[in-house]
Design a protein around this ligand. Sequence first.
Ligand code: MN3
Length: 202
Amino acid sequence: MSIQFPVLPYAINALEPHVSAKTLALHHGKHHKGYVDKLNSAIAGTAYAGKSLEAIIGAAHEASETGIFNNAAQSWNHTFLWSSMSPNGGGEPIGPLADAIADRFGNIQGFKAEFKAAALAQFGSGWTWLVRTATELDIVSTGNADTPLLHGSTPLLTLDVWEHAYYLDFQNKRDAYIDAFLSNLINWEFAAENYRADRVAE
Ligand code: MN3
């Protein structure tokens, strides 16, 4: 059984005017699909075939199989990205996640400022994440295909800061792309569900 290429959880134009249908058609339909297709080609007939995406990420990293690792991690990261955005996004979290945000960042503005600074500071291609560590929330950035799954924390939401994620809509203005995400797209319901599930799993 091969790794599935997931459909978007919303219409291709649902994130406009912030992320255009043209960007999503390329980002989801070409970049994400390319990672999944390359991964499936690379693992066919190997010990990786039939494993879950998470298991492939861990095993390929362990074995220093860089090509398989990069395509597997990028497949996982992009699926997580689509759910980190919503046509009804923005606003503020509610419930236990809101309390945890206040504890760690002071308030939602503190969270946004720290997230934006981290996303701007990521040099070159990568990802910025809100994660849950063993004790509290944190914001981390990872380079290229790297993912918090390898670093002992639980991803709650992510933003792709590879140029392919924003260049058609924002050109070189990564700061405007980050602002659009934080103000209009960020899916707090998804983050809250990941937070709840991680606490239940303890
Ligand atoms: Mn991408």
